[in-house]
Design a protein around this ligand. Sequence first.
Ligand code: NAI
Ligand code: MG
Length: 352
Amino acid sequence: MGKVFEIAVIPGDGIGPEVVAEAVKVLNFVTNGGDKEVNLTTYKLGAEHWLETGETLPEETLESLKKHDAILFGAVGAAPGDTRIPSGLIEREMLLKLRFALDHYVNLRPSKLYPGIESPLANPGNIDFIVVREGTEGPYVGNGGSVRTGTPHEIATEVSVNTAYGVERVVRDAFARASQRERKHVTLVHKHNVLVHAGHLWRRTVEAVAADFPEVTHDYLHVDAATIFLTTDPARFDVIVTDNLFGDILTDQAGAITGGIGLSASGNINMSRTYPSMFEPVHGSAPDIAGQQKADPTAAILSVALMLDHLGLSEESKAVERAVEKEITSRQELTDHRTTSEIGDAIVALLA
Ligand code: NAI
Ligand code: MG
């Protein structure tokens, strides 16, 4: 027995447990035997758990999660329109709380158009880029308030927080990732012609960090232009680095052009490794298809690949990615749709 990786698993609600079951199948398979072992601990959290217990994320659960090497997360949230759960409660008090408390400053979202997957774009080209979205600052920190609330004189503020420290660490991460990729190119996306204070901090930081990565080229796009190019020429992108809000929006667009929500993986990463990073499919709990074995577990399985890479198991990570790619190709030939567990089984079979 060699290194033991302690992994916390949060299946969550809806299709979360279904896709996580397949992700765990794959994780167990690739880490089985040899010089490593994974030890999984499951945590019950989410909307259902809140209904049963009134708990969102208790302090002792957070402390217990901190002791792990990584977290595998499914999805949380009730059906839209379920009035038993206050809107935004689970998102704010559980999901966002985890990302901030565990200092997940790199929100990593790869976008790849796999062979055989249909893009809504007529000429998608060879889409293969990653978005490095800042995860702990920007307009998402809750730095605001309102006065005269609910009156005609209401004033509401939502101040975007950008620190030199926070911007530098995420920009450095983007350049480091680019230096490991074939095209070695970083695109900063912001809006520094209008958002001059934050925008120029980002611009100057990119210029300073770029000096440490002479092999990486870089350019800049305003966010509005970036949405045009993501539609007309997404193949031009290699690594996009951007703030929390722009990254949230661009990664939804990126997911859409690469053929869908069932394939998009993400990592909420703490590169300083002071706390565990968390890996999750981009999609939500999909209450409309929950419990029917209709969910595509590929996004959750690709999240495992990101997790393996973060844990230093890059061989295993690449093997999972290759198996996913082959499964996607093989499913084109089927007349019936594969069920959730059939996709997981097919990927494990390809790994064998
Ligand atoms: P959603 O992503 O759950 O579903 C949107 C649509 O995509 C649905 O038609 C669903 O059936 C489909 N879909 C999602 N994942 C799929 C998969 N793996 N395979 C096949 N089809 C899939 O978004 P929605 O409906 O807006 O939200 C449902 C709940 O999930 C809400 O409570 C929301 O707050 C929560 N949510 C949670 C997230 C998280 O835990 N990180 C992220 C997004 C939403
Ligand atoms: Mg989003």
